[in-house]
Design a protein around this ligand. Sequence first.
Ligand code: PXP
Length: 244
Amino acid sequence: MTKTIRLGINLDHIATLRNARGEIYPNPLRGAKIAKEAGADNITLHLREDRRHIIDADVLTYRQHITLPLNLEMAATPEMQQIALKVKPHTVSLVPEKREERTTEGGLNILHQQESLRDFIAPLKQENIKIAFFIEPDKLQIDAAKEIGADAIELHTGRYAQLKGEAQQKELDTLTDAAKHSKQIGLNCHAGHGLTFDNVSAIAAIMAIEELNIGHFIISEAVFISLEHAIKKMKQLMNQARQR
Ligand code: PXP
């Protein structure tokens, strides 16, 4: 199993701050440049239907300015499929989306939409775009992702992040089993949601996980210690967890 672990930075909330004033700053793509220099391995931009943070221009101009692999997070809608085919990101991460939610609340339920998801990803795979499904740590969902043709799954760590004590340990065990299972059946395993300096180590120590995607906490911490230092510190904690 690989010792290294990648860190993907979700820059949505730089755009949240920009859009709060209808200004052109702070620019998420400037954040991407800093993230690259600080050691981030890829960048996630979540283009939501309501464009509440990332807007089309952020995604469309990414390639002209940034060399880090782009993970385009999106819902499986015809509109997003067209944008992904135009932008050709390195990875498309498919997430459920509800207009009224504050953030992605749960994983995608693949079991109820296997056929439509298979059709949805077919043209993207033809363009060599890697496909990841953001799902709960559930073996049935993982098997379904594999069966449809995903390259990776991203395990939802939101519940782990909110729990404490024994309940958190139980969720950690569930995530560990899910990550091992995905590796065993040949799926790359990523994880993310709600990760902070305080809770990242136990997740990074799961050797079957190859990538963590972290956004809100890093952008929040950047306000106080700078984006560069927030990313460096997160990466250091992840690498330390990997050495144990
Ligand atoms: N991964 C996915 C699929 C997400 O939807 C999000 C939140 O946008 C994240 C990772 C990052 O979560 P957080 O912002 O809580 O770090």
